[in-house]
Design a protein around this ligand. Structure first.
Ligand code: FMN
Length: 359
């Protein structure tokens, strides 16, 4: 039994869609909790006015009845309100009538750092919009909705996932960059408490929890570095300083330090899981970098489109969703169960077997 997620959606298309399979039946979902995470994703210092147009809300099309999962595929939808302004340009079917609204002209000026050039070459596109519409991070809204579902499942076995921005100078850096019509990135951290030892495995690369979490977070747009625990810092330490000594007390076997970030040998070790991600400065610049017009082959400036100065606080929520989903997937693999009761009971009997209890 495992959990899977497929996300479909274009930035200015009609809607974003997430389909989650592998949930147990009987999990209670709260619409407010999902919408709460959607709103958190839209907030944050440095975001564009697009966030005022969109007030994301989840709609459920399948897999839920009276607030309880049915154990069947769960289909979540987040509508793009802005689509009304792009109805001609982003019409899924050949549009009727004269071009109107936004996005009617083909885009031919690829932005360094975005999907534009690589996508155009890969897929043979004449209009860069065909690449950037899905490459854009807008569809992370659907992933955040799925992440909120994963958080609800994890909460049933006492796991809580929360993130934050690392460092306290983000607002100043954003103000300074905005004044110069530039962009910034930053570092975020996600922690998961209450994770029992034994999620993931060293058996194969695909099962290693550290690799899976790194993939989940690196899979988010603009993330260029991921570390688990003290990650890069540990490389410069001696072994005697780098590892977390094992002690035993009334909570069973645990550690007093957590440099490993809660994972050893690709398996959770019962300590808090700590994942950090480095986000690059956003590539759409109001003072564009040099590029080439793909239509004429001549040097030109990259395209300018309404864009965020920073999305670091939004990344916190998207990264929480990625970590929560992957942990929920690992928990489904370990504990199984067609109904929520089976899943929770499997967790309880596993904890009875091992010499560990949560903090
Ligand atoms: C939540 C979030 C919001 C983003 N908003 C923007 C944006 O407004 N403008 C932009 O140029 N890039 C934005 N990005 C980053 C681009 O989507 C990303 O850099 C691009 O798709 C290229 O992928 P890569 O950076 O992973 O190589 C955002 C990323 C995230 C996670």
């Amino acid at each position: 039994m495992t959990l899977e997620l497929v996300v479909a959606g274009e930035s200015h298309g009609p809607a974003l869609v997430a389909v989650v399979t592998g949930l147990p039946a009987g999990l209670v979902l709260e619409q407010d909790a999902i919408d709460g995470d959607l709103r958190r994703r839209q907030q944050g210092y440095g975001r564009s006015p697009r966030q005022q147009i969109e007030t994301d809300e989840v709609e459920v099309l399948a897999g839920l009845r009276h607030g309880r999962t049915l154990g069947t595929p769960l289909a979540l939808v987040v509508r793009n309100r802005d689509h009304a302004n792009w109805a001609w340009s982003m019409s899924p079917w050949p549009p009727e009538g004269e071009p109107s609204g936004k996005g009617t002209k083909a885009m031919t000026l690829p932005r360094p750092g975005h999907a534009d050039l690589a996508g155009a070459l890969k897929f043979g596109l004449a209009d860069l919009r065909d690449a950037l519409e899905h490459a854009s991070a807008r569809h992370t809204a659907a992933a955040v909705a799925a992440g909120a579902v994963a958080k609800a499942l994890l909460a049933e076995i006492g796991i809580a996932v929360a993130g934050q921005v690392v460092g306290d100078d983000l607002e100043q850096r954003i103000d300074a960059a905005r004044a110069e019509r530039d962009t910034v990135g930053g570092v975020v951290e996600v922690r998961a408490r209450g994770v029992p030892p034994g999620l993931g495995s060293y058996a194969t690369r695909e099962q290693r929890l550290d690799a899976r979490l790194a993939g989940a977070v690196m899979g988010i747009q603009a993330v260029k570095g991921v570390e688990i625990g003290d990650g890069f810092e540990i490389a410069g330490l001696r072994g005697s300083q780098a590892h977390d000594e094992i002690v035993r007390d009334e909570r069973g076997l645990h550690r007093e330090t957590n440099r490993a970030g809660g994972i050893e040998a690709g398996v959770s070790n019962g300590e808090e899981i700590v994942v950090r991600a480095a986000m690059k400065p956003l590539p759409t610049l109001m003072r564009p970098l040099r590029s080439v017009d793909l239509e004429t082959g001549q040097p030109a400036e990259a395209l300018v489109e309404r864009s965020d100065v920073a999305a670091v606080e939004a990344l916190v929520v998207v990264a929480e969703a990625g970590v929560a989903f992957e942990l929920a997937r690992a928990a489904r693999e370990k504990l199984g169960g067609d109904s929520l009761v089976d899943f929770v009971n499997a967790h309880r009997s596993y904890l009875e077997r091992i010499d560990w209890s949560p903090r």
